[in-house]
Design a protein around this ligand. Structure first.
Ligand code: ARG
Ligand code: ZN
Length: 880
């Protein structure tokens, strides 16, 4: 394990390397305990200086330059420097030995369920062999894998299979050649006992390509959805961006132990099994949706990430922000194809909900960073919601500003300039600018400013002149920051709820009902003509920029927009605002009660059957507690929880007949199919069960019990289980949990849900056991394992993130539990440990009593000797 205190790396310090690697030949003699890696590199000089090779935790058996030991070589802190004065080209051979079975970090070459797998992004390749392991070194790879045939019948690496055969002593080999130069972080190998689903498709230019999904034996019936998603993604990229698959063979491999979601290794994507495997009995609608988007995400990386890659890791959003934007657009198109435009809007709402819940707090906390950070200690800590999700919002704004065609032209120019290169975010934005003849210098500030901007809106009507002056003022968390370019989509609604065609001062006639205003100064005024007083503004439609929109609106105005806003996003947002202010007021009250007007507004949406069930579901789902705590001056999880409980119980009780009526009306007949319409009906019924069970409604609990026991698909079964666990019906919940465990105890992915739902359980009454004690007991469950990241995220992550009232217990037991888990994970898997460590980074937002308790635990952890750089960076910043 790495224990040294990590130095800070700065973006400004980037220097090209003196040497590059043109070709690499890797020979792996694979074994679970002792794999031997022979690495032969043809290196060429491209500047002054030594040849640099990076390594981490390796046993090196040999290193030669042109067949002899190097004459002048330094080896310090994982960095080898070899002086090669007078040489312009050399052959370097390195032989290393690695132990995959001892690799608990799951970075580099590791073992999972008896197979061998790799994860190299960001810096895992140096844990396999010595190499200039940076994304700006692009190399042609040839890889030979040799292994025992019985244990490892399948041998895969990037590119094309060029040779395979038998060897002595039951061993066999396969040789793979990747025709495309690539950075080392895109290298991958798999040696395992797997079965495969094959499909052949013809690309737009008429080439036949082989698509494959590899899974463990017994899981072949769960691979179809991933395969369908892959084919859809391939077609979409051809149609939308004119981008074709460039390989003859494209493989996806599912693995049970994986730190992240998935990895876009060239031609050999390796996936967390969670984002591959689905069948109706074991996967929910949400799982199906996630699989579709992650499969597409990794596929889209083949162009945005692999063909054009990042010069250095500070540029990570170049590939991640852009690729998240692409997968969001893809999913939205797929949903709209099957479920119409509302389905597209619901997808947008879900994406923004993630941004507000995960990224806004990050951007307001001690880890805040621009989408292109300036410095880091551990790069693995910067695979963040900011780099990914806010990064995608920044790309989306470009798309809004330039229009779909302008954006496409920019993409075309970007590829024509930079195909095969490792580039920067500036290169991307410059291509967009040049293709459109638009100056984007000011826009570039989005890449260097951190924090969520606020846009204050002031609306002033002049009744006589029938004009309305909209004053927009932007403010930045870092006071000295220069103003940003912020596209603000604006509409106005008249008294009967219709959108008004808008005419800006100086325009001859009224045009579209939604206008995108460009806010480029600190403060700007926009004058609309022909607008009567009382017209209701609808601002930041579609969430046209990742900002907080601050506007004074009465409850009545919010209720009006909840019922009438023509922009579905803003309609949802009005509901969120109304819920937020109501819940915060209740949390601050000694005798919290849900106002009658609020129930009426909620009722109106629930019973508006002209609205899709999927939309009603998101509109009637309360904001997450994480988001709400962020809105409190002093975050008080216990007070908020009390308000949440009263709110859900009240809505369940007051609207019980409506929920039950919709439950019956929306039953989905026939076989399960993954379809946004069906999924929307199931989701609204599940939401209804949540409210009904919260209110301990007799009929609601009965329905949930039945469904948890008998539902044919996991969406309904798990929705019902969740409703029971999240309710005062303690006994019914326990029975359902036990039955669920008996049915699915052997299914790791399903058990992840079982752990997660219990970790997120509220305490509805003092009779209910405390959640923490329950979690402690569950760590002893045979299906739980500290070595499996999915289990960590399900049991611990879900508790720390989704259960603030139980985690931030006034007795500090939650924090002590947290610190003990960080200690364990720090030694075993620092990447996952650091992610868990981040769950308390915003501790300064909480009450003074909680702050004191949190501080003690953080300070205690920082006294540990063997702290990994990943965990240390998070804790030091949290305290800093
Ligand atoms: N590039 C991968 C993806 O977004 C994620 C890799 C994450 N690696 C890491 N060390 N955090 O698809
Ligand atoms: Zn990605």
């Amino acid at each position: 394990m790495r224990t040294e205190h990590a130095p800070t790396i700065h973006r400004a310090d980037y220097r090209p390397l003196a040497w590059t690697v043109d070709t690499v030949e890797l020979y792996f003699s694979l074994d679970a305990e002792a794999s031997i890696v022979r690495n032969t590199m043809q290196c060429t000089r491209q500047g002054d200086g030594p040849l640099v090779l990076l390594h981490e935790g390796l046993m090196r058996e040999d290193l030669t330059v042109n067949g002899a030991p190097p004459k002048a070589m330094r080896d310090e802190d994982g960095r080898i420097e070899i002086d090669l004065d007078g040489e312009d080209a050399v052959e370097v051979v390195v032989v290393t030995r690695v132990n995959p079975s001892a690799n608990t970090e799951l970075s580099g070459l590791y073992q999972s369920a008896g197979g061998l797998f790799t994860q190299c992004e960001a810096e895992g390749f140096r844990r396999i062999t010595c190499f200039p392991d940076r994304p700006d070194v692009m190399t042609r790879f040839t890889v030979t894998l040799e292994a025992d045939r019985r244990d490892y019948p399948v041998l895969l690496s990037n590119g094309n299979l060029v040779e395979q055969g038998e060897l002595e002593a039951g061993r066999h080999y396969a040789k793979w050649e990747d025709p495309f130069p690539k950075p080392s972080y895109l290298f991958a190998l798999v040696a395992a006992d797997l079965v495969v689903l094959d499909r052949k498709v013809t690309t737009v230019s008429g080439r036949e390509v082989l698509l494959q999904v590899y899974v463990e034996a017994g899981n072949l019936d769960r691979a179809d959805h991933a395969m369908d998603s892959l084919v859809n993604a391939l077609r979409w990229d051809e149609e939308t961006f004119g981008l074709e698959l460039d390989l003859d063979r494209y493989m996806i491999v599912a693995v049970g132990d994986f730190n992240m979601g998935a990895m876009e290794n060239k031609g050999l994507n390796i996936f967390n099994a969670k984002y591959v495997l689905a069948k109706p009995e074991t996967a929910t609608d949400v799982d199906y949706e996630h699989i579709e988007s992650v499969v597409a995400h990794e596929y889209f990386h083949n162009w945005t990430g692999n063909r054009v890659t990042c010069r250095d890791w500070f540029q990570l959003t170049l590939k991640e922000g852009l690729t998240v934007f692409r997968d969001q657009q893809f999913s939205a198109d797929m949903l709209a194809r099957a479920g119409g435009e509302t389905a597209r809007a619901v997808k947008r709402i879900e994406d923004v909900r993630v941004l507000r819940t995960a990224q806004f707090p990050e951007d307001a906390g001690p880890m805040a960073h621009p989408i292109r950070p300036d410095a880091y200690q551990a790069i693995d800590n910067f695979y963040t919601a900011t780099v990914y999700e806010k990064g995608a919002e920044v790309i989306r704004m470009l798309h809004t500003i330039l229009g779909p065609e302008g954006f496409r032209n920019g993409m075309d120019l970007y590829f024509s300039y930079h195909d095969g290169q490792a580039v920067t975010c500036d290169d991307f934005v410059e291509a967009m600018s040049e293709a459109n003849g638009v100056d984007l210098d000011q826009f570039m500030r989005w890449y260097s400013q951190r924090g969520t901007p606020t846009v204050h809106a002031d609306v002033a009507f002049d009744g006589e002149a029938e004009t309305c002056t909209l004053t927009l003022t932007q403010s930045r968390p870092d006071k000295d920051d220069e103003p940003l370019q912020i596209p603000v989509a604006v509409g106005f609604i008249n008294a009967v709820g219709d959108d008004i065609p808008l005419r800006l001062q100086g325009e001859a006639e009224a045009g579209a009902t939604t206008r995108v205003l460009q806010l480029t100064e600190r403060q700007q005024q926009f004058v609309f003509e022909g607008l009567r007083p009382g017209s209701v503004p609808s601002l930041l439609r579609g969430f046209s920029a990742p900002v907080v929109m601050a506007i004074n609106e009465s409850d009545a105005q919010l209720a009006f927009r909840m019922a009438h806003d023509a922009d579905p996003f803003n309609r949802w947002d009005a509901a969120q605002r109304y819920m937020t202010r109501t819940l915060l007021a209740m949390a601050a009250s000694d005798a919290p009660e849900v106002p009658r007007a609020f129930i009426a507004a909620f009722d109106t949406v629930l019973n508006n059957i002209a609205l899709d069930p999927a939309f009603r579901t998101v509109a009637l789902t309360l904001p997450s507690e994480a988001y709400l705590l962020e809105q409190m001056d002093v975050a008080d999880p216990a007070a908020l929880r009390r308000a949440m409980i009263i709110m859900t119980q009240t809505l369940g009780r007051a609207l019980a007949d409506d929920w039950l009526g919709h439950d019956e009306a929306l039953a989905v007949p026939g076989e399960y199919r993954y379809h946004p319409g069906d999924a929307g009906s199931r989701a609204l019924r599940n939401l209804g069960l949540r409210y009904l069970c919260a209110a301990n409604d007799h009929q609601g609990v009965g329905l949930a019990e039945l469904r948890a026991a008998n539902a044919k698909n996991m969406s309904e079964r798990f929705g019902a289980l969740m409703a029971l666990v999240q309710s005062p019906a303690v006994e019914a919940a326990q029975l359902a949990l036990t039955a669920f465990e008996q049915t699915f105890g052997g299914d790791a992915l399903v058990m992840d849900k079982w752990f997660a739902v219990q970790a997120a359980a509220w305490r509805w009454s003092p009779e209910q056991p405390a959640t923490l004690e329950r979690i402690e007991a569950l760590t002893q469950h045979p299906a739980f394992s500290l070595g499996n990241p999915n289990k960590i995220y399900s049991l611990f992550g879900s508790f720390f993130r989704n259960n603030p009232a139980e985690f931030h217990r006034p007795d500090g037991a939650g924090y002590r539990f947290w610190a003990d888990r960080i200690r364990e994970l720090n030694a075993r898997n620092p990447q996952v440990g650091a992610r868990m460590a981040r769950m308390l980074e915003n501790w300064r937002r909480y009450t003074p009593e909680l702050q004191q308790l949190a501080r003690e635990q953080i300070e205690g952890l920082l006294k540990e000797e063997a702290l990994s750089p990943d965990v240390r960076e998070v804790l030091e910043k949290a305290l800093g």
